[in-house]
Ligand binder design. Structure first.
Ligand SMILES: [Zn+2]
Length: 681
């Protein structure tokens, strides 16, 4: 491929002269809403927050030392991940056929995004060199017209007659392009280098031209639409108006073709939808992308649907862990009729209202990541803490459960209950595995999320700085008025609700600290330099504003009472009637067989609501965890191939039980596990 200058590419692509270097350099944030006209909050630059100690520092260290190196080895190994080999073949540097799923390019871009986010913090030259080398390879693979998708490009070399772009929606081309765009924008913001961004500009321009001329069927674009977020981020990076036009068009043309399905959320137009439906990853990516389009356009017909769907998910379809997608496979609750030929299949999907099975829950890890992406954008639009609550819940539970504590083993699905007595297998392993194979989309997704959590901790508005999530960190940023702010945070959150902030450098002008009081916290205390912050509203599920002139040495202490709580579900969730789940702070707990006496079965366990469960620090696979210990009731679990039997109230005894955070299950070998536990008297 002929190398051309960045300026030449811009001119060739018809990019406005507004896309000068200064405009490009304005923000270095993960999701750049610094110029978005319809958001309340904007993000800090990547690298403004450095983890120092505690929970996220530990996860981040595992991300640096094992998660990213492990995935890099997987994806560059021709016998496993195949990704770099596929790009080499697409570039004509290798003769190997394409291996792996069609969406593997996109998964590899996610890993590159994780590496970039890590590089923003540690500036590791080895990471930088790996990225540079890989970007050069990807550039060689890209077609002159901007198209890039290794299965088709390799076919062009090996089987030219078969090679056709955008012929099959299940080729995931737009999914791959979306992740290319997102990773390239972040790479440009972090490194200032334009090589990856140039590739993404050519690809986005290709997509723009494609949609100008595509037939309605070819224009179907609903499969895992990461590209809505990607295209909007390209607009935010380049300010090229045709990218925003493309993003709007991608949503507008959904639901306009006859072949739409509930599984892909395009049976009916987006603006007419009132409930979450279909494949949960695809759904959550759609909602996140629509929120991005609103941030730039203010189109309230989009937020009308987003608000209805959010309430449907949170109040009727989301697991207690923040997980989304109850069903492996099923039938759309809505796109059906008595004529069987009209029944629409769904898979890895949201089910009916209150349909939340435990053993067979799908709960793909990517759907949890999508839930975080969606709620982060809703938080930026509104400043409403209810979205930060869902983000926090999902990060600590449904997202983190997708990766082992060691950082090298993964779950594709996240069931809430596992029993060896269940006499059937499901498609995906309930033990953690080092490579998921064809469905390896989740590992790089969860790893990029862990690498990027520091970007979600704070937000900025004209009035000041917003504290969304808590964890030991140093903040060094610039407020909207251009003045510098440095704060250090010490805490053992989420194991302890005491959080101390010390101002190390304060701006001249008055500004507000908006401290999030989580919705789960019934008793919060806030002091400034040892005195109660009497004017602050400490209502759960709100941000408490403290507005004053700050100076270096000021200390803010937030104490969030974090008792063990027992949670019940709406009785319409029939799978968990008369059962309880245990939470402490944002962390959902479970019991696994490794926390029970030898030979005890988790299915025999029941808990009294009066049971005292004491926090206890333990180490599991080198990770610091707070477990809960107490007494539980165990009954005979020997069932002799029976479906029913008479109750025998005498056949019970008391056992010691250890509950551990749900995200930490399955790290002590093969286990049985249960999250919802029957209530004993
Ligand atoms: Zn996935």
């Amino acid at each position: 491929m002929i190398r051309v200058s960045f300026k030449t590419i811009l001119i060739a692509a018809g990019v406005s002269l507004l896309c000068n270097q200064n405009t490009f350099a304005q923000s270095k944030s993960l999701v750049n809403t610094s110029q978005s006209p319809y958001v309340k909050l904007s993000s800090l630059d990547i690298g403004n927050v450095q983890w120092t100690q505690g929970f996220w520092a530990e996860r981040f260290k595992a991300c640096r030392d094992s998660m990213i190196p492990h995935l890099w080895n997987v994806y560059t190994d021709p016998k496993q991940g195949h990704a770099t080999q596929n790009f080499a073949s697409a570039a004509g540097l290798d003769t190997a056929a394409h291996v792996g799923p069609p969406f593997q390019d996109g998964d590899f871009y996610k890993l590159m995004e994780a590496m970039t986010a890590m590089y923003a913090i540690n500036h590791d030259p080895k990471l930088g060199a790996e990225l540079d080398k890989t970007i050069a390879l990807i550039g060689k693979a890209q077609r002159a017209d901007g198209y890039i998708h290794t299965p088709t490009l390799i076919d062009e070399h090996l089987h030219p007659a078969q090679a056709k772009a955008f012929e099959d929606r299940l080729n995931f081309e737009t999914y791959n392009l979306g992740h290319l765009m997102t990773a390239a924008c972040i790479h440009y913001r972090v490194t200032g280098k334009k090589d990856f961004l140039n590739i993404a500009i050519k690809a986005t321009d290709y997509l723009y031209r494609f949609y100008k001329t595509a037939s309605p069927e070819l224009a179907r674009n609903a499969i895992c639409p990461s590209h809505y977020m990607g295209v909007v981020e390209m607009y935010r990076t380049t300010r090229d108006p045709k990218y925003l036009e493309l993003a709007k068009n991608l949503i507008d043309i959904r639901g306009l073709m006859k072949e739409g399905t509930d599984d892909n959320q395009d049976r009916i137009p987006f603006r007419q939808q009132t409930a979450a439906m279909g494949h949960a990853v695809r759904a959550n990516y759609l909602y996140a992308g629509a929120a991005d389009v609103f941030a730039e356009t203010g189109d309230t017909t989009l937020t009308h649907t987003l608000n209805l769907v959010w309430n449907d998910v949170v109040n009727r379809k989301m697991y207690i862990t923040g997980g989304c997608g109850a069903l492996y496979d099923g039938v759309s609750p809505d796109g059906t009729s008595y004529l069987l030929k009209d029944v629409q299949q769904i898979h890895q999907a949201y089910g009916r209202d209150y349909q939340l099975p435990n053993f067979t829950a799908h709960n793909e890890t990517c759907a949890s990541v999508g839930n975080v992406l969606w709620n982060w954008r809703m938080l930026q639009l509104t400043g409403d803490a209810k979205y930060a609550d869902i983000m926090e819940l999902t990060l600590y539970n449904g997202m983190l459960s997708g990766i082992s504590l060691s950082g090298t083993k993964y779950l594709y699905t996240n069931p809430l209950s596992v029993s060896d007595d269940m006499p059937f297998q499901q498609r995906w392993s309930k033990d953690r595995v080092s490579y998921i194979g064809y469905s390896d989309c989740c590992p790089p997704n969860v790893v990029r999320t862990i690498a990027e959590v520091s970007s979600y901790v704070y937000s900025l508005s004209d009035r000041g700085v917003w504290f969304n999530l808590y964890g030991g960190n140093n903040l060094s940023t610039t407020l909207k008025n251009g003045q510098s702010l440095k704060i250090s945070e010490q805490t053992d959150y989420p194991w302890n609700g005491n959080i101390k902030f010390t101002v190390n450098e304060a701006p001249e002008s008055v500004f507000s600290m908006f401290l999030r009081i989580p919705g789960w916290c019934k008793d919060a205390k806030l002091t400034v330099n040892g005195k109660n912050a009497e004017l602050a509203d400490l209502t759960p599920g709100k941000y408490a504003e403290v507005r004053q002139k700050w100076k270096a040495g000021d200390v803010v202490e937030l104490n969030l009472a974090m008792p063990v709580t027992m949670v019940e579900a709406n009785p319409l969730v029939e799978e968990v009637r008369n059962q309880i789940a245990v939470k402490r702070g944002p962390v959902v707990y479970c019991v696994e067989s490794a926390g029970l006496p030898k030979d005890a079965k988790v299915l025999g366990l029941s808990l009294s609501t009066n049971t005292e469960l004491k926090p206890e620090k333990v180490v599991i696979d080198n990770s610091n965890i707070t477990a809960l210990t107490g007494k539980a009731t165990m009954k005979n679990t020997v069932w002799k191939n029976q479906l029913y039997r008479d109750v025998n109230a005498k056949d019970v005894n008391t056992v010691n039980v250890q509950l551990i955070p749900y995200f930490a299950w399955g790290n002590r070998g093969h286990v049985e596990m249960e999250t919802w536990i029957p209530v004993s008297k």
